[in-house]
Ligand binder design. Structure first.
Ligand code: ATP
Length: 307
């Protein structure tokens, strides 16, 4: 799937860039660096559902936000969209970086374990590199991304991958088919710092080896022998996360788990259509929760069936 869509608006060249949700299918905390950053091993995928970033030429820099979660993000320089724009401008040095209008459609719940801010920053880096005609290779973009957040390099890759280190050492998973997923967030705040602080141990074993080819069945078996080490402390702080997991199970999920530091949980479904039915059922019973049926993006060699 291309991450860019081109449209023309009153003669202006407008490009829309997808900022997918990042789902940590498994996340093991394996250590801690001297500077306090935690070392992790995580299998992550990226979904078709996500935020959207629209970029158009303008007379002066502009930034606006729309969407269900617009009120939850800063409109000033604290927004990762603007941090991404400014970091890229700085990296461009003497090269021309004319003013741009950036619109963020904030569809992903904020601070919810699906990396929305990091994905927005990655989409802006990708989009402005193209708009400004900057010739930066993927390693340079990843370096700029890492200066904005540990998860930005993986969001730049946006393919099934294993992340190690603090999240910046990436290995692509070559044969990973698209998955049907339902994302559920019960709307409770979770502090990433508090969750990491509450871990009872930080020297857990690394991820087991992945199956050679990953589809619904092989993944489900592999997930059974992995964990999200952040789930237990998050459940203790926010019992609503347990209710979100139960709803996914009741709606027929083949496997349910929390992503990142929560509170968003995912359910794995054999097809996109089954996922849609399950999402409708949960939405019906929990109308205030965030519930989205989506599919993950396959790797180059993985199957990307539409069902
Ligand atoms: P992760 O899974 O990487 O921990 P997350 O989903 O938990 O990420 P984000 O939604 O990326 O968290 O938000 C983290 C913080 O960044 C929030 O406190 C939020 O105010 C701030 N922030 C700045 N810009 C954005 C943005 N564009 N979208 C979301 N959050 C943003």
């Amino acid at each position: 799937m291309s991450l860019a869509i081109e449209t023309a608006e009153s003669g202006q060249r407008v490009r829309t860039w997808a900022a997918p949700a990042k789902i940590n299918l498994a996340l093991h905390v394996t250590g801690r660096r001297a500077d306090g950053y935690h070392l992790i091993e995580s299998l992550a995928v990226f979904t078709r559902f996500g935020d959207r970033i629209e970029i158009a030429p303008a007379d002066a820099d502009e930034f606006s936000v729309s969407g269900r979660y617009a009120a939850d993000v800063p409109l000033d320089g604290g927004n990762l969209v603007l941090k991404g724009r400014d970091a890229l401008r700085q990296a461009a040095g003497v090269r021309s970086t004319p003013p741009v209008s950036i619109r963020l459609e904030k569809n992903l719940p904020v601070a919810s374990g699906v990396g929305g801010g990091s994905s927005d920053a990655a989409a802006v880096l990708r989009g402005l590199t193209e708009s400004w005609g900057l010739e930066l290779d993927s390693a340079e973009l990843a370096r700029i991304g890492l200066s904005l957040g540990a998860d930005v390099p993986m969001c730049l890759a946006a393919k099934p991958l294993v992340a190690r280190g603090i999240g910046e050492e990436l290995s692509m998973v070559p044969d990973f088919s698209a998955l049907g997923l339902v994302l559920v967030n019960p709307g409770v705040p979770v502090s990433t710092t508090e969750i990491f602080a509450a871990l009872s141990r930080r020297d857990n074993e690394p991820l087991p080896p992945l199956p050679r080819s990953i589809d619904f069945h092989s993944l489900r078996n592999w997930l059974e022998i992995t964990r999200n080490d952040l789930e237990r402390p998050a459940l203790a702080m926010q019992p609503a996360i347990g209710r979100a997991l139960s709803w996914l199970d009741k709606a027929g999920s083949g496997f349910s788990r929390m992503s990142g530091s929560g509170a968003t949980c995912f359910g794995l479904f054999e097809t996109g259509n089954v996922a849609k039915r399950a999402a409708a059922e949960i939405r019906d019973r929990q109308p205030d929760w965030f519930v989205a049926a989506t599919r993950s993006m396959a790797s180059e060699a993985g199957r990307d069936g539409q069902n």
